[in-house]
Ligand binder design. Structure first.
Ligand code: DLZ
Length: 171
């Protein structure tokens, strides 16, 4: 089990470039807000810690996790943003609603990323119960929001590096 081995807030700072010149869109789902708002804090604070400017972090709130891909697309259409972080929490219930939401959101974000060439990060917890969510939203397994922020920074850095290299060889 991945979380038994890895704390979600642990990362190698040497892997990260400064986020000073990067812009981010955060799309935050309000369902399970006691959890998602903790994920948001972890994410936002990590971006700021690594140099992102407040004015370059654009946040919107959407009703639920299912709305994350559409919210991200709306943000992408209206702002010039390097990388998107989508934050939600879908707790398994008595029905299979969680599977429909999780699969469509994961697929939606993959589609957005592949089509746009920009990162759309899946910062969604998919726990079996509330305790598993608490453990991963600043609890004993760290904070998935931190992991999502670090992933976004690394992907934006890759995109920027490739653009620079492209200019160097004169295309
Ligand atoms: C309807 C629903 C349910 C049952 N559970 C969750 C959940 O655990 N986490 C979450 O983010 N959203 C949930 N939703 C709401 C859906 O994401 C969506 O907002 C509604 O189905 C309307 O499209």
């Amino acid at each position: 089990m991945a979380s038994a081995l890895k704390n979600l807030s642990t990362y190698n700072e040497a892997d990260l470039s400064s986020a000073e010149e990067m812009s981010f869109g955060i799309v935050l789902a309000d369902w399970n807000e006691t959890i998602t708002h903790k994920l948001y804090e972890g994410c936002y604070d990590t971006l700021i810690k690594h140099g992102a400017k407040e004015e370059n972090i654009h946040t919107i709130q959407v009703p639920g996790t299912f709305e994350l891909p559409t919210g991200a697309r709306m943000l992408a259409q209206n702002k010039d943003i390097d990388g998107f972080i989508c934050i939600g929490c879908v707790i398994k219930g008595e029905t299979s609603h969680n599977e429909y939401i999780n699969q469509s959101v994961a697929q939606g974000l993959v589609n957005l990323g592949v089509m746009s060439g920009k990162p759309f990060i899946f910062g969604v917890l998919t726990p079996n119960d509330q305790q598993q969510a608490i453990d991963r939203a600043g609890g004993k397994y760290g904070n998935k929001g931190v992991e999502a922020a670090v992933t976004a920074m690394r992907m934006v850095a890759i995109g920027k590096e490739l653009k620079k290299e492209g200019r160097k060889i004169g295309f």
